[in-house]
Design a protein around this ligand. Structure first.
Ligand SMILES: *Cc1c(COP(=O)(O)O)cnc(C)c1O
Length: 415
């Protein structure tokens, strides 16, 4: 008979500690994406998919050390494992000026937690009129019930944000470009005014990702992404992230823990896989979308194209100043007709799925109605708005498909 074995949890020689972040800011984008978050992988290229609720401690001394600093290493599954740390750290390393990142079960959950982190009962929130619709629903309903009032402002206000601010304003939500109507906001102008008054700014950076826009460097306090879209990139999961400055990081982290959010290690591994190719995919999304946008601008059925990288876009100068490039989501407005007419255009498209979300490898089309959503601004348009998410298909196939769709659309008017 051998020695009685110890409890397996007490056999460990090393307790998993969280290694410090390395600074990747001097590296080029592709190199950064190859290196980001890799400190957690050790002897494999990728971190293990570590699923856990209970973490076992070696001894009372080990438990007491962990209680003193729960974020220093493995503690309890809800605080994450190496797989979560790898993705959190990778996203932090992509955002100059960031102290840390938290992961959420969806983009909407990340927006909600970020706003809750910086608002209290009696405070006022300013939301861009171009904001994602569920963000508005959250503000109008849940935040309203918590005693936080919301007012909407014109996304193109620039310095005039000062006129919208009241004594009670504690946070400003930005979204640039707006994911339906593509207005570009003057971020440095708005954040300078907000900082001077101690107002926190939160941006929804889903369209641009940190590869195309680095909001913290422009004075924003919390940068949120729906990783669901470009970062995951394959239309097979939902996740959100919020990345904060050193000043906002403790509040964001506290809101994350108190709300009890957690994402699965399996989904983190999928998002990390997407992140490694994000630059290649975005370059292709950008090139194809721009080619299609330029082609649409010359089409006789099209009134205007809303794509911030086109010189015809009203805020093109702001876009060129602040963004490192574009992505693959934009919209165009038809010269005539109404929503029921769009069935002739979209129902028989071969390469464009009809559906919500975007940022995947496959192209999507969606007719959009702005007036139903907006309260601070109005746009008078001659025909329906069509939003396109341009995927990784060959651009000639997509243009031929849209060309046939627009011919079907025009035929309804006897053209
Ligand atoms: C999709 C989307 C979100 C929300 O992401 P989910 O993961 O679906 O909750 C937030 N903002 C924008 C701009 C989006 O397009």
């Amino acid at each position: 008979m051998g020695r009685q074995p110890a409890h397996p949890g007490r056999d460990r020689r090393v307790t998993a500690r969280r290694p410090p972040l390395t600074d990747l800011s001097a590296l080029g984008t592709g190199t950064k994406l190859a290196q980001a978050g890799r400190a957690h992988a050790h002897d494999m290229v990728n971190p293990p998919v570590a699923r856990a609720s209970t973490i076992l401690f070696e001894s009372l001394a080990d438990l007491d050390a962990a209680l003193k600093d729960p974020d220093a290493g493995l503690y309890y599954g809800r605080r994450g494992t190496q797989t979560h740390w790898a993705l959190e750290d990778a996203l932090t390393q992509l955002e100059p000026g960031a102290a840390g990142t938290k992961l959420f079960p969806s983009g909407v959950a990340a927006i909600a937690a970020s706003l809750i982190a910086c608002l209290d009962a009696g405070d006022e929130l300013l939301v861009s009129d171009s904001a994602y619709e569920p963000t508005r629903t959250l503000a109008d309903n849940l935040l309203g019930r918590l005693g936080i009032t919301t007012r909407y402002y014109d996304p193109c206000c620039g310095d005039a944000i000062a006129d919208a601010i009241s004594e009670k304003t504690r946070a400003i939500l930005l979204e640039s470009p707006g994911s339906l109507s593509f207005e570009v906001q003057d971020l440095p102008a708005i954040t300078a005014i907000a900082r001077a008054r101690g107002i926190t700014t939160v941006i929804d950076n889903t369209w641009a990702t940190p590869l195309r826009l680095q909001p913290l460097a422009l004075g924003v306090d919390i940068s949120v992404q729906a990783l669901t879209k470009y970062v995951a990139g394959h239309s097979d999961l939902l996740m959100g992230s919020a990345t904060a400055t050193p000043a906002m990081w403790p509040k964001l982290k506290a809101a994350f823990y108190r709300l009890g959010h957690h994402v699965s290690a399996d989904d983190c591994a999928l998002v990390l896989r997407g992140l490694r190719t994000l630059n290649l995919r975005l370059d292709r999304h950008e090139q194809s979308a721009l080619a299609i946008a330029r082609w649409l601008e010359t089409h006789e059925a099209v009134d205007r194209v809303w794509h911030p990288a086109l010189p015809s876009h009203p805020q093109h100068a702001l876009f060129s100043r602040d963004f490192a490039g574009a992505t693959g989501l934009f919209a165009f407005v038809l010269k005539q007709g109404s929503r029921p007419h769009t069935a002739a255009l979209i129902d028989e498209l071969r390469h464009f799925g009809i559906g919500f979300s975007w940022g995947g490898f496959e192209s999507l089309v969606l007719p959009v109605e702005l007036d139903r959503i907006r309260t601070a601004t109005t746009t008078s348009l001659p025909g329906p708005i069509i939003r396109l998410s341009i995927g990784l298909e060959e651009v000639d196939d997509l243009i031929a498909d849209l060309d046939a769709g627009l011919a079907r659309y025009q035929a309804q008017f006897g053209a």
